[in-house]
Design a protein around this ligand. Sequence first.
Ligand code: SF4
Length: 415
Amino acid sequence: MAEEKKVVRKTVETARDMGRYMENYYRELDEASRTHNRKIAWCTSVGPAEILRAMGFLLYFPETHSAMLGSTRMATDYIPYANAIGYSPDVCSYMTADVGAFLQGITPLSKTYPGIEAIPRPDVLVFNTNQCRDVQDWFSWYARKYNVPIIGVHGNVGVNEVTEPIVNAIAEQIEGLVEPLEKISGNKFYMDKFREVVGLSRQCSDLWRDVLEAAAAKPSPLTFFDGSTLMGPAVVGRGTQAAVDIYIKLLAEIKQRVANKVAAVDDEKYRLYWEGMPVWGRLSAHSKLFASLKTNVLASTYCSSWIFTALDAKDPFKSMARAYTELFIVRSEDYKEQYIKDKIKLYQVDGIIYHDAKTCATNSNCRYGMHKRMEAELGIPTLMINGDLNDLRCISDEQTATNIEAFIEQLADRK
Ligand code: SF4
């Protein structure tokens, strides 16, 4: 831990463009919220963004806002306000931090982007329960608060094979959103526009995948901690040309790093895979801790959650249904194990960190023995750390650091 302070994080140049992108994104939403020049749809992070964008809505993603509450270490202070109105400390801390901050009239946007005083007011809230039920509960709270409509897609859970009947049923639900959205937006739905947006979303997804997969190089040019912030435009901007342009630039920079053998972590000795959510309030601390141990956590399931390879402009409804069902979080335990095995092979890692996030069961995959099975089958060590995405009361920094240091020692012994 003593060495930790000396570690300097290498800056990804395109991160500055990303910063500007995010600022423009929030300022455009803020203007629309104040002037009503555009309709605003709130969308879950892996919700049906493409159809909303095609119908002229500006999109706001509460999960991204709550991740900001986490990364600015504000979240823990506001969770109790949501607990006080009956939301358990055990349910999603994205939701409870966000609701609590709203109740107190606080948003990190005001600090980061002076002049923005509040989150954008929704005209409609649109969810997909493919990731968890909490998103529907979360959006329902705001629907009552703002007295605006809430609609959504009821996704599947534990899907092993993504079959035609499953895809058709979800596609039907997505298509069913068109009529209410036409009424709310006042805009007509045009298939050509929809195809264009789906095509752009696919391009963005492919570029983001290429960025993440470039991390397989030795030494790796990227860390999971960089990826957790670099993914911003892929989440909030998918379906736009601006997001595509920014990932073209990022990919070129990362490829250049690979060509020049620029390591994201100096003297990379150990390579790890991160399974589960980031601890937003400790992103920088964790990044420095691993770097001080000459260890690069270079890949994760989390950052890959915004890869939608099935999207196809020729068949937009069905391909959306497939893309949003093929996601890791929607899948069976067997599928997940095979997925992680493939990633371990691709990224050639020495071990896996499983983050058991107290308030997110669906993104904590070590509660039913998976990490032990992976250890036995792959022959590589795994470490389970207790924590949370937003609630820092669930984290013991000393314990985490001690466990990680012991884990790296174990890897050193194996080498
Ligand atoms: S997946 Fe987890 S972190 Fe994300 S909204 Fe659902 S419960 Fe919260």
